[in-house]
Design a protein around this ligand. Structure first.
Ligand SMILES: *[C@@H]1O[C@H](CO)[C@@H](O)[C@H](O)[C@H]1NC(C)=O
Ligand SMILES: *[C@@H]1O[C@H](CO)[C@@H](O)[C@H](O)[C@H]1NC(C)=O
Length: 176
């Protein structure tokens, strides 16, 4: 009896520990403020469209796993706020916008609270692919950055299309 119980207990323990490791992607609570630590585009973004400064992104959880992202752009000395809904799909970590013109994949890195967002969509008539390394703090994180570079290689993107914009917060204060 004893000899049988021990392996079962061990199996159970392993299962419990595994379950605690990380929640499945569809249970991650993405709401809160996110900082863009690095970006990459797939070659289709004109040079003058590459932002040199970025602002924290606010994500709000809506019903049924949908998310609302509030993004701020800097344009001609003004903060432009832009909101869009990311609708949950059957696939964990995959979202679409309400017009089905954008597809967003979110994948986690091995660094706590650091995720890679990859968005495919149309912008002003051209299709672009854009990846972002996002974290819950604005600090540099070399390990997450290394994983972002690996992601870029894995996605057949080019490192020369990666850029690290300056994180600013003046717009956020204004809009609050
Ligand atoms: C949209 O695309 C057109 C044609 O490519 C260009 O002339 C225009 O400046 C673009 N507008 C924006 C806001 O990017
Ligand atoms: C960039 O990604 C978009 C969306 O997936 C795609 O339509 C476009 O062809 C890509 N451009 C390049 C240069 O790879």
């Amino acid at each position: 009896m004893k000899s049988l119980l021990l392996p079962i207990l061990l199996l159970w323990l392993v299962a419990v520990l595994k379950a605690q490791e990380a929640p499945p992607d569809d249970l991650v609570d993405y709401s809160g403020i996110w900082y863009t630590k690095a970006m990459v585009h797939n070659g289709s973004l004109p040079r003058n469209k590459i932002p040199d400064r970025v602002f924290p992104v606010r994500i709000t959880a809506l019903e049924e796993g949908d998310l609302e992202a509030t993004i701020i752009f800097w344009k001609k000395g003004h903060c432009l706020e832009f909101k869009f809904v990311m609708k949950k799909t059957e696939e964990p970590g995959k979202f679409t916008d309400s017009h089905d013109t954008k597809v967003i994949h979110i994948e986690k890195t091995s660094v706590d609270e650091h995720y890679i967002f990859y968005c495919k969509g149309r912008h002003n008539g051209t299709s672009i692919g854009m990846g972002k390394l996002m974290g819950r703090d604005p600090d540099e994180n070399p390990k997450a950055m290394e994983e972002f570079k690996n992601f870029i290689k894995r996605m057949d993107l080019r490192l020369e299309n990666m850029f690290v914009p300056e994180i600013r917060d003046e717009c956020v204060d204004e809009s609050d």
